[in-house]
Design a protein around this ligand. Structure first.
Ligand SMILES: [Fe+2]
Ligand SMILES: [Fe+2]
Length: 250
């Protein structure tokens, strides 16, 4: 297992592990993001089984003991499975997540007490500012949220825009079409009536970079991409509700 590392925005590094066996022949990536500052933060911990590979990659940028924050989008193995392994190699690091996730999962799972983040709360990591935004059940998980780094305009959007393949670390190409195709394949989202509005709300941040957990990072008009994704989820929810009303739901 080989984890590649690339800088996708000023001081933000993508640690990417490609797994060809998932959804072949395209395969699938798992990405973590290291945000440098006086108090470096990592978004996603990766799977426990990828920990040593991710650790080796991170060591190419900073010693792991410099990490001060471990954050992620929702409680799931690829997002936070290796949290306690990271806390062990980074003795000054604190896990950080939204109120729901801390109450439901981290209060038990995390080896150190988490910092609970409310919707819109900012962690000033010194040179960078990361804002937590609650996105419950979007794309899945009651505790779901994203992080927005304000100085670079980078939205660490977790599973939103999930796509197959491993073409680029950073692209200016289409990220909406591949995301729609991956949703058709995996059906990984918890379709809910608020989903389109939740994603559209993120477009107000006007992100210049979208940092995808599964796929390339995107440099460009993040607001338009988010609105297009929101429109597609509105379409899916409407179709599902229509099917329920007509008694045609699977
Ligand atoms: Fe997920
Ligand atoms: Fe994920």
């Amino acid at each position: 297992m080989d984890t590649k590392i690339s800088e996708i925005a000023d001081g933000i590094y993508r640690l990417s592990t490609y797994v060809p066996d998932i959804a072949p022949p395209a395969g699938f990536t798992f990405n973590q993001f290291l945000v440098l500052g006086d108090e470096p933060l990592m978004f996603h911990t990766g799977l426990r089984k990828m920990f040593s590979s991710n650790l080796d990659a991170l060591k190419r940028v900073i010693p792991p003991e410099r990490l001060r924050w471990i954050a992620f989008g929702h409680f799931e193995a690829d997002e936070c499975g290796a949290m306690n392994e990271w806390l062990a190699v980074a003795p000054q690091a604190t896990p950080a997540h939204g109120h729901t996730g801390c109450m439901v999962s981290l209060s038990d799972f995390a080896d150190r007490a988490p910092r609970q983040l409310g919707d819109g709360d900012v962690i000033d990591i010194g040179g960078k500012r990361v804002r937590f935004i609650d996105t419950p059940h979007t794309p899945h998980g009651w505790d779901a949220g994203v992080l927005f780094e304000e100085t670079t305009g980078t939205l660490m959007c977790g599973d939103l825009f999930t796509q197959l393949g491993d073409d680029h670390a950073l692209t200016g190409g289409d990220v909406v079409g591949p995301a729609i195709a991956a949703e058709d394949i995996f059906k990984y989202s918890s379709l809910n009536p608020a989903m389109g509005a939740t994603i559209r709300r993120l477009s107000a941040l006007a992100p210049r970079t979208l940092a995808l957990m599964h796929g390339p990072s995107f440099a460009g008009d993040g607001a338009s991409a988010l609105r297009a994704l929101a429109d597609d989820y509105d379409r899916r929810v409407s179709e599902q509700m229509r099917a329920v009303l007509l008694g045609e739901a699977a």
